[in-house]
Design a binder for this molecule. Sequence first.
Ligand code: ZN
Ligand code: ZN
Length: 267
Amino acid sequence: MTTANAGQPPTARIVTQKLGAMLKVELHTHTADDPIDRIPHTALELIDRAVVLGYDALAITLHDRQLDLRRLMPYAADRGLVLIPGVERTIEGRHVLLLNFQQGADDVRTFRDLARLKSRELGLVVAPHPFFPTSFCLGTDLARHADLFDAVERNAMFTRTINFNRRGESWAARHGKPVVGNCDVHRLWQLGTTYSLVDAARDADSICSAIAAGRVQVKGRPLAWTEVARIAGVMARGNLRPVSPRTRVDRSAGRIDVNDGGVLEMR
Ligand SMILES: [Zn+2]
Ligand SMILES: [Zn+2]
């Protein structure tokens, strides 16, 4: 889609204008298809919102299930948005973003499985919220399996005074890993405060290779406490499905008390 001819949808012209520019990318989102969290927006609604906010590429990363993108790709492509295959896989109890793997990502249960997958395919492995204070974040497993990770996430959930990303970003700097900016979207209004700009061609393979090669910048701003409280309010009103035995174990460790008495859970 490189020329803007009469008869093409308006989005084609937008794509033409953006050629040569850095691509605005989000790699961590959930939708109503999520098997773990209760999310109100559909994949189509998320795509529409990303287009409005000027995104060029988006990964939908449900918990433990890679969404089949075949029915969504034409819809997104018509609007100038590249969809990147993805899943937020729970590996040995830790969340890991597996991006742009064509098959096998859903079967990864151990870090050894992940090493095998990486040896077969050129996907991108990102450490999401690695040092947030929850048991399903990677923590020291990030260093233990450093070679398996291509990039570290700066999660949008930070304020000027509280920022659990700092440790992950300094780890990334010490290990020569790029940092990507993600919103971990559970509500549409979360999208857009933190994002990545990637120097790549407009396709999933190019975007993921460019990130792995470090051709990425993170943009964004800290959240105001009112925004943090809003997210906490969503969680408190029952964002989550009835707690499964697995998540119940994680519950207390995964909570961050906020100043209005609400509770924030990073997932
Ligand atoms: Zn997530
Ligand atoms: Zn997570």
